[in-house]
Design a protein around this ligand. Structure first.
Ligand SMILES: [Fe+2]
Length: 349
């Protein structure tokens, strides 16, 4: 088998390229947008035909290159169906198998770091994403993470793989490239077999980590396979999956609809300003709180800078059972382009 482990320094992320030397069919796991040219060059040097580009989960620390690789190599993009994303070609479910050449990749559901985390088993290797790292594991404090679920994912799913299985994680911060199920059972400081669930929950509850720098950029972008809003792919239909209203429509209905701006407070008050009467609910905790307390009495329109984050917000609100929600296409850029009134520096909270 052709096998390459590639590294991206800024976010310490691993990308994997696996290929069959006879048919040249290949799979890429967890590509990073900034490294897409490196990956394509290697694929071309090796003469590989990339069948699938898979993400182990919706990453919070970097933007995936999956959409870009689909565009440039004709590969199919796959991720766990649980996320409810509209951009992937393959909506993976637990135990689903994909083939490349004579090889079979099996997707196994390993939630906990995020609800949709999957690990991919190929021969005697497992690509664990952030579920299991070299002597560590991914955090569980955002993106619907759950320490309890992660404990069972590692102990009952990953640790059920043969001991000699090589563990290839999505990140490494310690200068290690790989591990094995046996080594993690023995030496993982959080999840070795001597650690009880309560102890693990306690460890995870006291990590006190800062949010990843790119979370507000990466999570929404990754919900569109890393493609920027306005790319050919988006225009050809992905926006159609999201209930969308035009800037003109929002303008004509102001006062009769509730406009929610999902950007940061700095953006809310910057040169693009915000729509009069709009309310700020920044994507993340603030937005989630807003949805939890929302009484479904008015039509909601979500707004951001260009319409990507607000599309993500719309999909998310729908997944929470809220109806009558719309994305304002084009965001504040389009609103300003039409010369509609904006407000600035009003505090917004
Ligand atoms: Fe992650």
């Amino acid at each position: 088998m052709i096998f390459h482990q590639l590294f991206e320094r800024e976010t310490s992320s691993y990308t994997y390229i696996l290929g069959d030397s006879a048919t040249r069919e290949a799979i890429i796991i967890d590509p990073v947008l900034e490294m897409v040219d490196r990956d394509i060059k290697l694929v071309q040097e090796l003469g590989l035909k990339v069948k699938y580009v898979l993400d182990t989960h919706v990453h919070a620390d970097h933007i995936t290159a999956s959409g870009e690789l689909r565009k440039r190599l004709g590969a199919k993009v796959g991720i766990n169906r649980v996320y409810g994303l509209t951009c992937p070609d393959v909506q993976l479910v637990d135990n689903q198998e994909l083939s490349f050449g004579p090889y079979v990749l099996k997707a196994i559901s390993t939630p906990g770091h995020t609800e949709g985390c999957m690990s991919y088993v190929v021969e005697d290797m497992v690509f664990t994403g952030d579920a299991l790292l070299n002597r560590g594991c991914g955090r569980t404090d955002f993106q619907e993470g759950s320490s309890e679920k992660l404990f069972y994912s590692v102990r009952e799913r990953l640790f059920n793989l043969p001991n000699h299985t090589t563990v290839y994680p999505a990140h490494d911060y310690k200068g290690m490239s790989k591990s094995s199920i046996q080594l993690e059972k023995e030496f993982n400081p959080r999840l070795n077999l001597n650690i009880q669930k309560e102890k693990f929950l306690d460890i995870m509850a006291n990590l006190n980590l800062a949010n990843p720098k790119k979370i507000h950029e990466a999570v929404p972008a990754n919900s569109w396979c890393g493609l920027p809003r306005g790319s050919e792919h988006m225009k050809s239909g992905y926006v159609e999956g999201v209930p969308t209203v035009s800037v003109e429509e929002v303008h004509s209905k102001l006062g009769h609809i509730k406009v929610i701006d999902v950007r940061s407070i700095e953006e809310f008050n910057n040169e693009l300003g915000h729509i009069p009467t709009s309310q700020l609910a920044t994507l993340g905790e603030e937005f989630q709180n807003f949805l939890e307390n929302y009484k479904q009495d008015e039509e909601l329109v979500f707004v951001c800078r260009a319409g990507v984050r607000s599309a993500h917000a719309t999909v998310y609100a729908i997944s929470k059972g809220i109806s009558k929600v719309y994305n304002m296409e084009g965001g504040m850029l389009a609103w300003n382009e039409l010369g509609y009134k904006v407000e600035k520096d009003l505090g917004g909270s």
